[in-house]
Design a protein around this ligand. Structure first.
Ligand code: ATP
Ligand code: MG
Length: 418
């Protein structure tokens, strides 16, 4: 029970408990496996980065940079920030280590914690985890198709069927500037009807009004970005859609997707679900052709996505079919007497060295209590060792699922079980 001296975790900063770990492992293993097949390699970047990295990439007038970052001056006085997303760090590393020289096309993925000071609720945390992928070095529409097919394959590998792909284009800088002006003119006269955030956004980042969580619905009828694309942006947009159709991906065009980060250009997308309430976006991403240059690298077109692991885990754990079975020991050895106890311990350690999970009850105790423990652990087989078994070097291997017994030589346990 809690007492006055107990220290609790920070709100929205959660523990991953052992019961949840198998599901997380399954998600992470599936990502590594699927992404490797698509030719992606892992990159691990620091959790802590210089603050200007995020201000310059995500954008000063975004929710993240304006109010959600964990930023502080370290002891030397340099402003540092706990990373709120993974793309900026990956691009910084790409530029810093000259990856463009080593890799004509860099296909990278990452996974790990991100930090945003948001209001904690179901599917929304202050420390959350993302799995993301980035392709740096190509403006081809096949890049978007690759990312989206890879993401879909990842979901399918996990048994997730309920996601919907929504896609839009924000155009390049030229189309975007035109559209931004039109959106400003459209909303300016009626901005009084919108929430306080939107009243600020109209001056700083008017496109964000379109995906306002409060007043988004009121934006129906607003001018649509797709009508403002210049010829090259339009050609790219249609080329992406054709390739998604070729690959058999179904999608909806949603002109209201604008994304909350400034670095996106052209294609943007979200995978949504109707099973997570308000936090309905499982994965999101898009093209960011200007970002590498903006962070001091050579002009390098790029695109990527990020998946929220917590939301994925919520979805998967709500369906019995997609929850992994808990790990169970292969064997439990119950022992009676000091000699048997030592032999049981030695056997357990021996089996573990050979890759077989076996358990004993360190506390000894009655046969009944040891059997109860074996049951609780869900051991597949149980072996009871007493003086007789030790003398004969033989015992009975009991299969717990049906209670059947088979004689086994103690020296051949490993072969028998494996
Ligand atoms: P949302 O619209 O839900 O706030 P976002 O646009 O801020 O999402 P991105 O920055 O694109 O999200 O991050 C990609 C994914 O990371 C999201 O789709 C979501 O699954 C996950 N994610 C983002 N913020 C959080 C958070 N605070 N807690 C848990 N997961 C998050
Ligand atoms: Mg957000």
């Amino acid at each position: 029970m809690s007492n006055r001296n107990t220290i609790q975790a920070i709100r929205g900063v959660e523990d991953l408990l052992p019961v949840q770990a198998p599901l997380w492992h399954r998600i992470e293993d599936a990502a590594r496996d699927v992404f490797a097949t698509f030719g992606f390699q892992e990159i691990r970047t620091p959790l802590l980065e210089p603050t200007p990295l995020f201000a310059r990439s995500i954008g000063e007038a975004t929710d993240i940079v304006e109010k959600e970052m964990y930023t502080f001056d370290d002891k030397g006085g340099e402003p540092v920030t706990l990373r709120p997303e993974g793309t900026a760090g990956a691009v910084r590393a790409y530029v810093e280590h000259n990856l463009s020289e080593q890799l004509r096309l860099a296909k990278l993925y990452y996974m790990g914690p991100m930090f945003r000071r948001e209001r904690p609720q179901k599917g929304r945390l202050r420390q959350f985890h993302q799995i993301g992928a980035e392709v740096l070095g190509s403006a081809a529409p096949g890049v978007e198709a690759t990312l989206l097919v890879m993401l879909k394959t990842f979901f399918e590998r996990l048994g997730l069927e309920s996601t919907k792909l929504e896609i839009n284009s924000l155009g390049g800088p030229e189309s975007r500037a035109l559209y931004r002006q039109r959106i400003y003119e459209h909303f300016k006269p009626r901005i009084g009807d919108f929430c306080g955030d939107c009243q600020r956004r109209i001056e700083t980042n008017p496109l964000r009004i379109l995906d306002c969580k409060v007043d988004g619905e009121k934006t129906r009828g607003a001018p649509q970005i797709l009508d403002f694309l210049n010829d090259q942006d339009k050609e790219h947009w249609h080329a992406v859609l054709r390739r998604l159709e070729d690959a058999g991906l179904t999608f909806d065009v949603n002109p209201r997707i604008v994304r909350g980060l400034d670095y996106y250009t052209r294609t943007v997308f979200e995978f949504t679900t109707d099973r997570l309430g308000a936090q309905n976006t499982v994965a999101a991403g898009g093209r960011y052709d200007g970002l590498v240059e903006q962070l001091g690298g050579k002009p390098t077109p790029a695109a990527g996505f990020a998946v929220g692991i917590e939301r994925l885990a919520l979805l998967l754990s709500s369906n019995a079919k997609t929850v992994p079975a808990p790990h169970r020991p292969k064997l439990f050895i119950a022992s009676l007497g000091a000699q048997a106890e030592r032999f049981a311990l030695l056997t357990m350690l021996d089996l573990a060295r050979q890759g077989i999970w076996c358990e004993i009850d360190y506390e000894g105790g009655s046969l009944k209590s040891q059997m109860r423990y074996a049951d609780r652990l869900g051991a597949e087989y149980v072996l009871v060792l007493g003086d007789n078994e030790l003398a004969a070097k033989k015992g009975d291997l009991k299969r717990m699922s049906d209670g059947s017994k088979e004689p086994v030589e103690l020296g051949k346990l490993a072969e028998k079980i494996a």
